[in-house]
Design a protein. Structure first.
Ligand SMILES: Nc1ncnc2c1ncn2[C@@H]1O[C@H](COP(=O)(O)OP(=O)(O)OP(=O)(O)O)[C@@H](O)[C@H]1O
Ligand SMILES: [Mg+2]
Lengths: 376, 514
């Protein structure tokens, strides 16, 4: 709580809780493995090796990291304005659908038009899905946690409908369904002109999306910490009354932040689709959106922290298969570890008491959360 | 205390260092049973820090603490509470959405058959409340209570935990004069029951009235003790600041110019939706200070909020320099007034605790050049601006990059005042501008307000302290139940007359009886 501490000390302080949370989660994960008679050393060695032990390992880690960064950034950005965006999952899906729509249409466009257009569509889809809870909040006071959760369902059903293969009784198939896929509900592949090119082609399959994502990270960092817009976003998140006093248009800032957060998650969907899957099928949805919450918290809601946290999540995902192969531990343990990380970062008090860290007086005060409540 | 019993509390050679600051240095103090010790000191002298150490919130860098003669080591307020130490903080620590009883039991929950026993707690609160005249309702929601009652809840909380030693950090800063007298009665009752109290304040006449002994801190060190029977406000002020302090404001007669602020028939509601302003009309001219006197809660807060765009006006009209500013946004008021606003509640409106001093100093001008170029923020310009203001207004902070939350209360207030007073404006709206500020700095701020007036700024000053109103105002408006019941030239405003008006006595009667 001392602003005049050196940058190194401040960095160490920021890293303390996430690192301890990670250690705790890995230790508990090990205990669980021991209980089931598995060898945690072997498992973690496999995990590490799978994620970083080879060129392909690295490639997978990096590829998986890209969407994690963006959904983490989405949640983190919303957090800066005191908003809890549970809706990254829905925004991700909307981004996916919008990108796929542009990607499978417009035959004959050159890459340098078609690809940016398809990415932009993903961004827009997410922005739209972020704008709705933002607008609902400032007009009706509806809490974004509720509305984003509901919109996740809407997005998921909508996405499912767009690729619905039709039924045996001749129900109408969805508009994006690929007729050549027969009974399978999925879209056709996006046209090559809308696919993100490889940096390293198969078997590595690292696409240019990761570079784009890192550029976005820097852009968001700059926006949050070096612009008046970021100042407004952060002030609204820190002290609503003071931001009104400061002349900030609070409602506009809330909507803008949700649009931004939605856009980031939407772009994640776009990049994942145009870079990796090249099409959409409902089973691709995964948990990237929800993992964004853990990643944002683990990254201490800082853009650069989010990158580190996303690297970790990418590695956990990438190394899982190798771990299972080497040690026989089911890759599902990864999800357990991820959930444990969330539990520990979300409850720093637990970590503090386990490691007997001193609290500063500020933290002793009963903090009555204002940050998650409405602008009223 | 001639027979020198064992002190209830003793601190020996306490030193506390923060990065860049020594908050306490070699402090020695004794507190005897059944005694009220007044603790005085400039803003940033280390009073709150010392109390936080006694309450187990901070570890002293060096030194020891003895409770009833026994050396003790405290790791947290839990230890302090167990030793019978209770503290009412400068900023309250209650959970607004909980009842009084729930707040009181928080951290020391009474349990019966595995369930919280709110009934037993409420019963105990009743007992304490009647024994010490505290008048708190255990089932009231804290958020519905006025500040004065919240403070009594804090006191009940400490008594519920059987505190023998009470620390009251600037308890009177937020109270009305009536509430202050009520608090003093409570303090005296507690004292008679053998409890010991450390009482921090910046108002010298308060310590003179209530303390048995006075200790003065300066720059972290105890610079002396004083006996309230022989000390005077001037002698205490000199001891605190280390120089003579002029306790009266020296100013030339006002030379009022054209009307700057005109308010006609203004009406507004308070947070509970009740009428708070009933047809308020006022004018403030360039080059004059209009003081708004009144007991807290008679609509002053709402008046300032409506004028500054923070609360909607339901009726009436506000013009600034002839421009209609009714229901203008805060930004418009700042820009087009142009005006500045020292808010009554610095924590709610005036600052962002987690932001650096530098960023707080541009809280409402961050978008203007040179602080911003287009949308990019110009940090060097912000830091430079801050360095200048911190020096000019004597804001004591290790650096302009320090978070505002780690400044002492009075220094936070000085930071807010510095930000608002440093802009060229035509209209200055100041609510309680010297709340929590030490006498030396009050002198400085008062002189600044007069200087603004002499630069032809129209000043609207809201203060609950009659002394401040009388010292600064050229004209005085008295507010009562949402109305301006009278406006008097300074010469005609006697303390007695204002007192009657503030109590709601009709101006004609007040004139004849005062
Ligand atoms: N948590 C903290 N971190 C760093 N510095 C601190 C912290 N708390 C207090 N200080 C510094 O210690 C010094 C003493 O502060 P303290 O709050 O004790 O003053 P005070 O006497 O209570 O002043 P005031 O009358 O303004 O309330 C100040 O310089 C302040 O900036
Ligand atoms: Mg203090």
């Amino acid at each position: 709580m001392n602003g005049d501490a050196s940058p190194i000390v401040r960095l160490m302080r920021a890293l303390l809780i996430p690192v301890l949370a990670l250690i705790m989660a890995l230790l508990l994960g090990a205990v669980i493995m021991l209980v089931f008679g598995d060898d945690p050393v072997k498992a973690y060695r496999g995990l590490l090796y799978g994620a970083f032990g080879s060129g392909r390992g690295w490639a997978t880690t990096v590829r998986k990291m890209a969407p994690f960064i963006l959904t983490g950034l989405s949640v983190a950005t919303a957090f800066k304005a005191g908003l809890f965006n549970i809706g990254a999952a829905g925004q991700f899906l909307m981004g996916t659908i919008f990108s796929v729509f542009v990607g499978i249409n417009f035959q004959g466009l050159p890459v340098f038009i078609h690809l940016p257009l398809a990415l932009l569509a993903g961004l827009l889809g997410g922005m739209l899905w972020g704008a709705i809870p933002g607008l609902l909040k400032v007009t009706t006071g509806a809490h974004e946690v509720i509305t984003t959760i509901m919109l996740n369902y809407v997005a998921s059903l909508f996405a499912g409908w767009t690729v619905y293969a039709g039924g045996s009784q001749g129900q109408t198939p969805g508009p994006l369904w690929d007729p050549t896929a027969g009974p399978i509900s999925e879209t056709p592949d996006v046209l090559p002109s809308a696919q993100l090119p490889w940096i390293f082609g198969p078997p590595y399959r690292v696409h240019w999306g990761i570079v784009l994502v890192l550029a976005v990270v820097v852009l968001i960092w700059w926006l949050l910490y070096r612009t008046t817009i970021g100042f407004e976003i952060r002030t609204v998140g820190q002290n609503l009354k003071a931001s009104k006093y400061a002349g900030i248009r609070v409602n506009w800032t809330i909507v803008l932040t949700m649009i931004l957060a939605g856009g980031l998650a939407g772009l994640a969907g776009g990049i994942e689709t145009l870079g990796v899957n090249h099409k959409f099928a409902p089973e691709f949805s995964g948990s990237v959106g929800f993992d964004g919450i853990t990643i944002a918290l683990l990254g201490q809601t800082h853009p650069f922290g989010v990158v580190l946290a996303a690297l970790l999540f990418g590695a956990l995902d990438a190394g899982g298969a190798k771990m299972q192969f080497d040690s026989g531990v089911a890759a599902d343990i990864i999800q357990v570890i991820q959930a444990l990380i969330l539990a520990f970062v979300a409850a720093p008090a637990i970590v503090r008491s386990i490691f007997r860290l001193k609290r500063t007086p500020e933290q002793v005060k009963p903090t009555v959360s204002t940050s998650w409540s409405g602008p009223g | 205390m001639a027979d020198q019993p064992i002190p209830a509390l003793e601190v020996r050679n306490i030193t506390k260092r923060f990065p860049g600051v020594i908050a306490n240095q070699d402090v020695n103090l004794k507190l005897y049973p059944g005694e009220i010790l007044g603790l005085l000191g400039e803003n940033g002298a280390g009073k709150t820090t010392l109390m936080n150490i006694i309450y187990g919130l901070y570890h002293p860098t060096e030194g020891e603490i003895l409770v009833r003669g026994q050396p003790v080591v405290m790791h947290s307020p839990k230890d302090a509470i167990a030793l019978g130490i209770g503290m009412v903080h400068q900023h309250f620590q209650l959970v607004p959405v909980m009842t009084v009883a729930e707040n009181v039991m928080l951290g020391s929950e009474a349990v019966r058959n595995g369930f919280l026993d709110v009934g037993a707690v409420a019963q105990r609160i009743h007992e304490l409340s009647s024994r010490y005249n505290l008048d708190v309702d255990p089932y009231a929601l804290v958020e519905d209570l006025p500040v004065g009652v919240r403070q009594r809840v804090e006191i009940v909380k400490t008594l519920y935990r059987q505190a023998e030693i009470l620390i009251l950090d600037e308890p009177t800063a937020v109270l009305t004069p009536q509430e202050i007298q009520g608090l003093f009665q409570i303090m005296n009752l507690l004292k008679e029951q053998g409890k010991s109290i450390i009482f921090i304040t910046h108002k010298l006449k308060e310590v003179l009235q209530v303390a048995d002994r006075i200790a003065v801190l300066r720059q972290g060190k105890v610079v002396g003790e004083a006996d309230p029977r022989t000390a005077t406000q001037a002698s205490l002020a000199a001891m605190m600041v280390g120089r003579e302090v002029i306790l009266t404001v020296d100013k030339k007669p006002a030379q009022p110019g054209p009307v700057i602020l005109e308010i006609q028939g203004l009406t507004a509601r308070n947070d509970l939706g009740e009428p708070a302003l009933r047809e308020v009309s006022l004018t403030v001219r360039a080059g004059e200070i209009l003081g708004v006197a009144g007991v807290q809660g008679n609509g002053q807060t709402e008046l300032v909020e409506v004028l500054t765009g923070l609360r909607p006006a339901l009726g009436g009209r506000i013009t600034v320099q002839g421009k209609d500013m009714t229901n203008a946004s805060p930004r418009q008021v700042t820009e087009e007034g142009p005006s500045c606003h020292v808010p009554e509640d610095r924590h709610a409106y005036g600052m962002v605790g987690s932001y650096s001093v530098a960023h707080n100093l541009v809280l409402n001008t961050y978008y203007r050049p040179p602080f911003a170029q287009g949308i990019t923020v110009n940090e060097p310009a912000i830091v430079e601006h801050a360095s200048r203001l911190v020096k000019e207004y004597d804001v004591r902070t290790p650096s302009v990059l320090t978070p505002a939350s780690s400044l002492s209360g009075g220094n936070q207030q000085k930071m807010v005042v510095a930000r608002e007073f440093s802009r060229p404006v035509k209209l200055l709206i100041a609510a309680q501008p010297t709340r929590g500020i030490d006498v030396g700095s009050i002198e400085f701020i008062h002189n600044q307000i007069v200087a603004k007036r002499d630069e032809d700024v129209a000043v609207l000053l809201v203060s609950y302290e009659l002394d401040e109103i009388m010292a600064l105002s050229d004209r005085i408006a008295v507010m009562y139940k949402g109305q301006i019941i009278d406006v008097l030239p300074r010469e005609e405003a006697t303390r007695e007359k204002l007192g009657l008006l503030m109590a709601g006595v009709h101006p004609d009667e007040a004139a004849s009886s005062a």
